[in-house]
Write a protein that binds this ligand. Sequence first.
Ligand code: ZN
Length: 242
Amino acid sequence: MNTDLHQIEVRGIPIEIVRKDIKNLHLGVYPPNGRVRAAVPLRLDDEAVRLAVVARLGWIRRQQERFAAQVRQSQREMVSGESHYVQGQRYRLHVIEQDGPPSVGVRNRTTLELRVRPGSDREQREAVLYAWYRRQLRAQIPPLLAKWQPILGVNVVDWRIKKMKTRWGSCTIEARRIWLNLELAKKPPACLEYILVHEMIHLLERHHNERFQTLMERFLPNWQMARDVLNRAPLAHEDWGY
Ligand SMILES: [Zn+2]
């Protein structure tokens, strides 16, 4: 697929332009930072993009404010009563201060119990919870790999979990290594599966081109549902605009 990518600025807003063999100009605003991207038919020039952006400036700013609000909302104080998510389910946090090793556990399908030492601060509580999230996510991945490696006919040599600000996952194709965002521990299992399959398909096709889309449709026809759930969250895959 023949594409050309560059950037212009309109009223102080950077606009990524991708020229493609398409009929209509399409503007999108994407999380987490409200990045604006224009998919532009080959026949239209940058001036046409500028006019389209100016005409939709109000909408673009509203979208960007919405993403900024989501990012603010994701800050947690780590106190009892807050909502926290585990594999797509919402739980009420219950913090118990006690001497002894810190721990996390799910109680009654409604409560996330966090046991910490007396006087622990926000960062210490968060560290305990995230270590637990990491263990949960680490346990979810091997069965998914065992399922998908034979289906896709690819071999993942190594996979790792890390905190990432702008992506749900990535793939180092040469090393056959997949990186998964720790935040996926909070998302429904179907979202984790979608990201993992997306990254595994990169072992068959490096680019997000038509072949990639075809493979995605063939192996995971419902992928767009998982994508939409993740798109509502304050993080995004690097390049999954459409
Ligand atoms: Zn990708």
